[in-house]
Write a protein that binds this ligand. Structure first.
Ligand code: ADQ
Length: 482
């Protein structure tokens, strides 16, 4: 079996106790790396002066080598905060109005990708499979190819791929599209994203489509397929069951004092639809005064990308909005919205999901949305809570038995909240069983196997991934998105 190299912007390096500080995605990739032997390369998160950037920091854990590089301040500004988070992220989330395209940032993005290639090149061995993750690193394969790398290289995009009318508004669309054709396998979250990508190629007259999933460009051929990412379904369900015995769980139950818990969990990001959700919750409470004092919305929202102005502004806007609703509708002994800006450990999060009767997962656009899947996995079989899910999240393609909503329709979402809270237990169980079946059939290990099987075409068939021990799923840092 070939060795595996994973490259992502950030790397979930295990802590000193050797447990992975990460969610399901990192756990699945680490088990694939462990099984094949491998290397995970990415940015250390540190910036330093150009002359102070030293050799890669190498760490070893079992069968996995971690290679971390610092970047310069200018790199971070232009590549990460600039082109990746202020051009590609808003464009892929259909927010042309927020994209701030600048030549300097675009040049920085390609320069840093060349730099990553230069760091990776000396470490590549002949048969290695290379798996590159997410929008920060789109041009990496073409940079490697320029240096003669002929290994199989795959790319997985964690965020949506927009329709041509949106994507082609980005000034360097052709460079980005062409660099994607340097991969052997291109992975998208949904068939819809894959089709959008194919439409962009067709619109620009780039390459030829052989069939639904096979394309050619010059003398190269590549696969573009959808691989919906999953979670560590059974392990997460066990975490949630165990959480019921913890002190936090008991304290939380006590503080709810019989009120029904509604939960929202999202990184603070404009794509997650948090302000529309709070509006919908307020509308629900106003239209159903009998629900006031009977429910509490716990919105857990760790800050992210605070160095980008839109995120800083949003931080203030959401806090003010929650404060306004609490001021208008709250009473001396009831706060409608508990708004918390921190990250929780996964066992605590799993326990809160299980306690909630309703989850509000209402992004305006999302590649997949793992919170929706985690919430379902955390429910009890006898008395499961209900998932209210945006039809614009990739997860809606699989979780068809959620209550699907259009998050732009505030009144419709408010009505759906009322309907969800009134669902009889038999219907809640039926919906939950069908969603759980989908989550078990496509967990994060299956996702990883499917991608690697396509990437490793031609080599002896890889076996299914070994499931990690429970200890490995207890950390807190997701590798992508933030
Ligand atoms: P994100 O945009 O970060 O990921 P999401 O899929 O929801 O979005 O994943 C968030 C992860 O962070 C979940 O595992 C969740 O449990 C965790 N998390 C969120 N808030 C937390 C908190 N307060 N404390 C602890 N953990 C918290 C990107 C794409 C998504 C895609 C994923 C994976 O934007 O669409 O689903 O990558 O491909």
């Amino acid at each position: 079996m070939s060795r595996l190299i994973v490259v992502s912007n950030r790397v979930p390096v295990p802590d000193k106790r050797g447990t992975a500080p990460a969610g399901g995605l990192a756990v699945a990739l680490q088990s694939a790396l462990e099984a094949r032997g491998g290397l995970w390369l990415g940015w250390s998160g540190q910036s330093s002066a150009e002359e102070a950037i030293g050799p890669l920091k190498m760490l070893k854990d079992g069968n996995i080598d971690y290679a971390l590089t610092d970047l310069t301040e200018r790199d971070v500004e232009e590549y990460y905060q600039g082109f990746a988070n202020r051009v590609l992220w808003p464009i892929c989330h259909y927010r042309l109005d927020l994209a701030e395209y600048g030549r300097r940032e675009m040049t920085g993005y390609f320069r840093v990708n060349r730099f990553f290639a230069s760091r990776l090149l000396p470490l590549i061995e002949e048969d290695d499979l290379i798996w590159i993750h997410d929008y920060h690193l789109i041009p990496l394969a073409s940079e490697l190819r320029r240096h003669g790398v002929r290994n199989r290289i795959g790319f997985f995009l964690h965020i949506p791929w927009p329709s041509p009318d949106v994507f082609l508004a980005m000034p360097v669309h052709d460079e980005i599209l062409t660099s994607l054709t340097a991969y052997d396998v291109l992975g998208f979250q949904t068939a819809h994203d894959r089709e959008n990508f194919a439409d962009c190629l067709a619109r620009q007259g780039l390459g030829e489509r052989q069939d639904e999933e096979h394309f050619s460009m010059g003398d190269r051929t590549f696969i573009a397929r959808h691989y919906p990412i999953g979670i560590e379904t059974d392990e997460f369900a066990t975490l949630a069951q165990r959480a019921a015995e913890t002190t936090l769980h008991k304290r939380m139950l006590q503080s709810l004092d019989g009120k029904r818990l509604i939960i929202g969990v999202d990184r603070l990001d404009y794509s997650k639809g948090i302000t529309q959700r709070i509006d919908a919750f307020e509308t629900f409470l106003t239209r159903h005064p009998d629900s006031q004092r009977q429910v509490t919305l716990l919105q857990i929202t760790p800050k992210s990308r605070s160095e980008v102005p839109e995120y800083e502004a949003m931080q203030r806007a959401v806090a003010e909005q929650a404060g306004r609703v609490n001021g208008a509708l709250g009473t001396v002994d009831w706060v409608p919205i508990r708004y918390v800006n921190r990250s929780l450990r996964r066992p605590a999060l799993a326990g809160l999901y299980r306690m909630a009767k309703l989850a509000l997962v209402t992004p305006l656009r999302d590649g997949m949305n793992l919170v929706a899947k985690e919430f379902v996995a955390a429910q009890s079989e006898e008395d499961p809570g209900v998932l209210l899910l945006s039809r614009f999240a990739g997860a809606a393609q699989e979780l068809k038995d959620a209550i699907l909503v259009n998050p732009y329709d505030v009144e419709g979402t408010a009505d759906a909240m009322a309907r969800a809270l009134a669902l009889p237990v038999e219907e809640r169980r039926d919906r939950w069983r069908s969603m759980m079946k989908a989550l078990r059939a496509n967990d994060v290990f299956t996702w990883c196997d499917r991608f690697l099987r396509d990437l490793s075409t031609g080599e002896p068939k890889a076996g299914a991934l070994a499931r990690p021990r429970m200890a490995a799923v207890g950390g807190r840092t997701p590798i992508s998105g933030a």
